[in-house]
Design a protein around this ligand. Structure first.
Ligand code: NAP
Length: 327
């Protein structure tokens, strides 16, 4: 089969298309013919692994110390079709169309991938895919969709609340904006200028270009501030909450964590990231998509052999919503 082999940490040209052995499913696994895989910001961050060595060490021990030697194929989100099942598989059959997230199992930039029919939380999640969207659209749902859905479950968002979303133009953000609107919130999306028109088109009531305006200094208050990227000023955000408001940071930096510990005694609710990967959440997203409540935002689609261009585009930070490869 064809796969993108991850040959080095660093620039996108370390991603090379190669012919490798097609995997065979174990008794509890299904073999998926992957039709599309998302190219996410996380993929590009893993590819670069440009963080100080002491912090990257645990990941390097897992992926490979000086180059990716244990994990060979990047990619964590997929949509595809089951083409073979192991003998103990009961929930799926050949021909089922599925989507999912492989987490630290990686391996979706390939024509085929074996997955346990009940993936564990670390290794990801899988479910039947929505039937009214393309494989490319479906491949972008599992990570961003679940992050958004699970975050709002924890916040217990109410009709009429004012919700501000930081990083609204990204993968998690575009699902968050649509879900918050569905729950009846008045939504403010914060992102860079080139993404604001798209944010309005998916329902944001107000938009803020973070490169020009600091939302913590405009005097406005919110019931919920959801930071998808870890880019929000901590104290400014807490001060921009209404009494009993909630600040949720899906990617907290050290300063956010320290702030949460320090400010934890206030009556404002401060929440950090929590995993929500479950088949049940994928099925809820399938239903929300099939009735038209949320729709994946696809910016660009590439072919497998254009993976270097796809990564360069995500690196450019112009990505609106999601980028995908069609396999
Ligand atoms: N998608 C995944 O599979 C995955 C998995 C694990 C972890 N994560 C992490 O989750 C985070 C969000 O993921 P994502 O996939 O939603 O990323 P994304 O698609 O790149 O979206 C992030 C958005 O935030 C914007 N942004 C950056 N700094 C900002 C700031 N200070 N204020 C407001 N907006 C800002 C970016 O715009 P500009 O670039 O134009 O500034 C971009 O539109 C990332 O840190 C990622 O590493 C993602």
């Amino acid at each position: 089969m064809k796969a993108i082999i991850w040959t080095k940490y660093g620039s996108p040209d370390g991603l090379q298309i190669q012919e490798v052995e097609k995997p065979t499913p174990k008794d509890n696994e299904v073999l998926i013919k992957i039709h599309a895989a998302a190219v996410s910001r996380a993929d590009t961050e893993f590819r670069r692994l440009k963080i100080p060595f002491p912090f990257s060490l645990p990941l390097r021990l897992y992926i490979g110390l000086f180059k990716p030697s244990r994990v060979k194929i990047l990619g964590t989100e997929f949509a595809g079709e089951i083409v073979e099942t192991g003998k103990n598989v009961t929930q799926y059959k050949v021909g089922d169309q599925v989507y999912g997230y492989t987490g630290l199992g990686f391996g979706t930039y390939a024509e085929y991938r074996c997955i346990s029919e009940k993936p564990s939380e670390m290794a990801g999640v899988m479910g039947k895919r929505p039937t009214n969207i393309t494989y490319e659209e479906a491949a972008t749902v599992p990570f961003g969709g679940i992050e958004a859905l699970h975050s709002f479950d924890r916040v217990n968002i109410q009709h009429g609340q004012k919700v501000l979303i930081v990083g609204a133009g990204g993968s998690i953000g575009t699902y968050s904006v649509q879900l918050a609107k569905h729950y009846g919130a008045e939504v403010t999306g914060v992102d860079s200028g080139g993404k604001l028109e798209m944010l309005r088109s998916i329902g944001a009531d107000h938009v803020i270009d973070y490169t020009r305006e600091d939302y913590t200094k405009n005097g406005k208050k919110y019931d919920v501030i959801m930071d998808t990227i870890g880019g929000s000023p901590f104290w400014g955000s807490v001060n921009s909450l209404n009494e009993n408001g909630t600040y949720l940071n899906a990617n907290p930096k050290m300063s956010h964590m320290l702030g949460m510990g320090w400010a934890g005694k206030s009556n404002k609710k401060l929440l950090s990231w929590e995993a929500g990967y479950s088949t049940e959440n994928l099925l809820r997203l399938k239903e929300l998509i099939e009735v038209g409540i949320i729709k994946p935002v696809i910016d660009r689609s590439y072919s497998l052999d254009q993976i270097v261009e796809a990564h360069r585009y995500v690196d450019s930070e112009e990505k609106k919503g999601n980028v995908v490869i069609k396999i």
